[in-house]
Design a protein around this ligand. Sequence first.
Ligand code: GAR
Length: 222
Amino acid sequence: MTPQPRKRVGVLISGRGSNMAALIAATMDPAYPAEIVAVVSNVAGAKGLETAERHGIATMVIPHRDYESRAAHDDAVHAALKGVGAEYVALAGYMRLLSPHFVRKWQGRMINIHPALLPSFKGLDTHARALAAGVRIHGCTVHFVTEGMDEGPVIAQGAVRVLPEDTEETLSARVLKVEHRLYPMALRLVCEGQARMSDGRAVIDRKGADDAEYLLSPPEGG
Ligand code: GAR
């Protein structure tokens, strides 16, 4: 079979960029179905920009403060993505709400990672809120982006057990490790056409078995 050309992905960040780095690492494998054609940040000096540059990936800073409206800023981001021929967009710690107009243009081709098991704990401070709520299982979600904040059809989720001694720091560190495994896997599904949006839901045609049939916390037995 002739190999398919790699899909061209633009990554949007606002900060540290560790999920972006996980995506970059995945793309180092020539068999991975995506390449990152640009990293765009709305924040000048975002740490992730240096990481991208070190890997020879084009970076662009488009500060939202330079634009009079959210829509105008989003238009500039859209133009930048089109300018590098991006076919897909991965939000990786992009801490800006996107205008409906922008979301519609990338519908089904834009994904986000969120540090909680959606639809629980949308928004900020997810780990502190999970601890305060006393949940026993927490985790992260990759979803197609729709107009609501941290909403949209779920593509993949990863769960971690919440431990009695957990602090926000320990819990977020464990979830972040899972994020770094989950995001490249989910982007692969989307770029290979194994995850797609249909009638407002994510349809997954995954070949292969899951790691585990279920996750329970606390564990069974004892
Ligand atoms: C990640 O934990 C990501 O899930 C979260 O921001 C962090 C960015 O870290 N995103 C959101 O909260 C989106 N609602 P990173 O810059 O190191 O990838």
